[in-house]
Design a protein around this ligand. Sequence first.
Ligand code: GTP
Ligand code: SPV
Ligand code: MN
Length: 587
Amino acid sequence: MELTSNPHVLSWVAEMAAMTKPDRQVWIDGSEEQLSALREEAVASGELIRLNGEKLPGCYLHRSDPSDVARVEGRTYICCKRQEDAGPTNNWMDPDEMRAKLREICEGSMRGRTMYIIPYSMSVIGSPFAKYGLELTDSIYVVLNMAIMTRMGRPVLDELGDSPDYIRGLHASVDLDEKNRYIVHFPEEDEIWSVNSAYGGNVLQGKKCFALRIASNLGRQEGWMAEHMLILGIENPEGEVRYLSAAFPSACGKTNLAMLIPPEHYRRNGWKVWCVGDDIAWLRVGQDGRLYAVNPENGFFGVAPGTSDKSNPNAMAATRRDTIFTNVALNTDDNTVWWEGMDKNPPRHALDWTGKPWTAESGTKGAHPNSRFTAPAKNCPSISPEFDNPQGVPLSAIIFGGRRARVAPLVYQSRDWKHGVFIGSVMASETTAAASGAVGVVRRDPMAMLPFCGYNMGDYWQHWLDMGGHIGKKPKIFNVNWFRTDENGRFIWPGFGENLRVLDWILRRCFDEVGAEETPIGFVPRPEDIELEGTDVSRATLAGLLQVDRELWREETAGIRTFYQKMGGHLPPDLAAELDALEARLK
Ligand code: GTP
Ligand code: SPV
Ligand code: MN
């Protein structure tokens, strides 16, 4: 039964059904009855495996096709009329040509299948900032993930009414043929098509496709920003909560930082950390001139490997019920899950992420390096009381960061907003398993948005600069690097909860409570200003982590210049000037 009489919705659903030819159409109302029936159906077909009902109530395991385990950046397209508007960092094809290709792939692809119609909202339904979408999919796994990751179902259609203002999304699994896999955005038509994949950010369209690639376009037009950022609140012993957001590339520590538990010394003194979001932030200027951040999602699609009761107890707690695990190992002794880095007790009897018998001696990984958990936000013990506040939280600081074995110090502060935008625009990081392709290669990933910016990167930087003009009380901008390594390749900084020591310095800088040392790249902490009590990091080690090596930075600026040249006439003059100024300071 149709859940709306919205003519724009009905005609488009009819058009997509005429093309894909599903046997059945099911409107997702979001009710527990309906979702629970879908879980049963997926268990019966083997699409989901029900896990131990006592240890992991409401939890399921899913194995994706082994060729379909991460985002595919090489097959992700921005199809606007002019290639220049997609810019040099995005794949582009003429929209009409792409549409014809996709139609051919999708034609009849849902024969014998069911088309699920998912109405969903990014952000709190009914909020002035919420944006709505419809995803048509032939995958129950997608329905169940979207039910965790977004606010969805009948209330979305009720709120949408007869408006045409929603994002149209089609997901057709087809036959998961890698060579015909396409993740395509038509920003001028508010449309998303994902074909021949059934994994993560390729097909959970509310996430990267909508909340970043399409939303970055909307934000530019409407005067706000869609960013690949976590949001967290830090409560000091006086009970004040100060908020910050941080943009790190995929698998570079957003979920971990967002769910941080303060080190013992801080906890004892009354510090608390609140998680508002772990992956995406929509930023708007509030009436008081401050920059406010909203997390448009409703769940976490987090990296499993490395998550443990030691590294991230909040994430572990969040995944103990009502969670979908994808591509982790199955412990067949007690029907629970396991992944590398969870603990030092790999299961004695297990199946690996592909479903084959596996033990720790097999010489292969039990869980895929990009295996994930999909967990409801409300499961997280540190979820912020502001999580459902449609206005969001006011930001004191914005942090950029990446994985750099060398070059970038533990933390430094930009000189001002423009310089901060410069720092974001030249971010570089080693690639990870979150996207298919080589791992560990340093690449430029501006604002952690390289794979997610839905328009010309140079214009996006200009939008950042322009936004600075509209924010009365600007957040201060910083850069962090938890990943410097020693000569043996080991991380020098302990990371995880200990990162609060750096955030503490950052917030003190924002409120003029601490000094700093000026260097050519920006302001760096004096080693004595970072709290080290309760760590085994020595002042000397910290001083090393804070060091700015001029020679390395001169090499870095050469790399930046080459990267900037790619932007051609879209490079904002302000950023070209920032690069010149940095070079001059390094002379
Ligand atoms: P996406 O969901 O792909 O956007 O990733 P993310 O940015 O949320 O990364 P996440 O927090 O899941 O961390 C990815 C990997 O980095 C995990 O293996 C973590 O254990 C590791 N990691 C996170 N924080 C730190 C840290 O402070 N230090 C070190 N050394 N590793 C970290
Ligand atoms: C990322 O890769 O940044 C993710 C996972 O958060 S995915 O949803 O697959 O994009
Ligand atoms: Mn991400």
